[in-house]
Design a protein around this ligand. Structure first.
Ligand code: VTB
Ligand code: MG
Ligand code: MG
Length: 325
């Protein structure tokens, strides 16, 4: 992929963030999602590429989405796989809580996992120091002990981030028993996985079951950051949806473990994210008179470059389609 594409993709996440941030704290998660989806779709269509959505997000929560198989882009460009989560953390936006992101990952055709039937994924994510020592094959205790050793810390210095769901009660208990500290989050496990891979984020490892699309997005980011991510898809029957918070994670331990390359293949992956609400990684959108500010990050796995992009947008000069969003 041409490296110039990286900037094009930041425009896409910026557009999604700008559109959904308008609805911050207004208690309307689907509207916030829809605004981001429309903005993303419109901005993607200005990019010279033949993109196809491999990972959309929305099926599991019956939310608005860029659907799997949808073609994006202005054609006459490279054939690319697209993974998107226009609003990662719709509840966070609806309530004005931290860490909501507009995110995407792009890779050449055939490189992003295609698993439309999978809604949930058991995940483990950590940074470069832990990349050779943690795995879903190990118990939480083994992982935390090995990670502490690799990071030259005590286990009690570690912070594990886990989604606060009833399905994680046992996992949380096991992590607490090791002496490690725990950060429970209500949503936003992409941001959590990225934080686990970044030094000084205050988080060392992300564990537990979240959305499958979010797993692919996190893997793309961690590939760029030199971290480690593994996933295990949970073939949850749609009829189980209503009780999805109760998924029995231990019942699915026999599923194959997906490596970072199974999730996002090769070394030509781009990850981009823009903050919607303020978060540990990125500042949220600020609106002023006719002007808005965004903060984004864009990473390329080929070079490992991580760029933070601060942008000031003149809303009155945006193309009409974006003004109306
Ligand atoms: C997580 C979280 C997301 O979905 O992936 C979660 O990071 C998992 O599903 O922000 P449940 O909410 O059903 O537990 C989100 O909350 C929404 O995409
Ligand atoms: Mg979403
Ligand atoms: Mg999401």
């Amino acid at each position: 992929m041409e490296r110039e594409l990286a900037l094009e993709f930041v425009r896409v996440t910026e557009a999604a963030a700008l559109a959904s941030a308008r609805l911050m704290g207004r208690g309307k998660k689907n509207e916030a999602d829809q605004a981001a989806v429309s903005a993303m779709r419109a901005m993607f269509d200005t990019v010279q590429m033949e993109g196809k959505v491999m990972i959309g997000e929305g099926e599991k929560d019956e939310a608005p989405m860029l659907y799997i198989g949808e073609e994006l882009g202005a054609k006459n460009g490279p054939k690319l796989d697209v993974a998107v989560d226009p609003v990662e953390g719709t509840n966070l936006v609806a309530k004005g809580l931290p860490n909501a992101l507009a995110v995407l990952a792009i890779a050449p055709k055939g490189c992003l996992l295609h698993a439309p039937e999978a809604y949930y994924m058991d995940k483990i994510a950590t940074g470069p120091m832990g990349r050779d020592v943690v795995s879903l094959e190990l118990t939480p205790k083994e992982n935390l002990n090995r990670l502490a050793k690799a990071m030259q810390k005590d286990v009690s210095d570690l912070v594990a981030v886990i989604l606060d769901r009833p399905r994680h009660n046992k996992l949380i208990q096991k992590v607490r028993e090791t002496g490690a500290r725990v950060k429970l989050i209500t949503d936003g496990d992409v941001a959590a996985a990225v934080a686990a891979a970044q030094p000084n984020s205050g988080v060392d490892i992300a564990l537990g079951i979240g959305g499958a699309p979010e797993g692919v997005l996190a893997a793309a980011a961690l590939k760029c950051l030199g971290g480690k991510m593994e996933g295990r898809l949970l073939p949850v029957d749609p009829s189980e949806f209503k009780s999805k918070s109760e998924i029995d994670w231990e019942a699915h331990q026999g599923e194959p473990i997906l490596t970072m390359d199974d999730l996002a293949k090769g070394d030509d992956v781009i990850f981009a994210a823009t903050g919607i609400t303020d978060g540990s990684m990125l500042r949220g959108v600020r609106f002023m008179k006719e002007v808005a500010q965004t903060q984004s990050v864009v990473m390329r796995s080929k070079t490992g470059t991580v760029r933070t992009v601060d942008a000031t947008h003149r809303l009155d000069r945006k193309p009409r389609v974006f003004q109306e969003l």
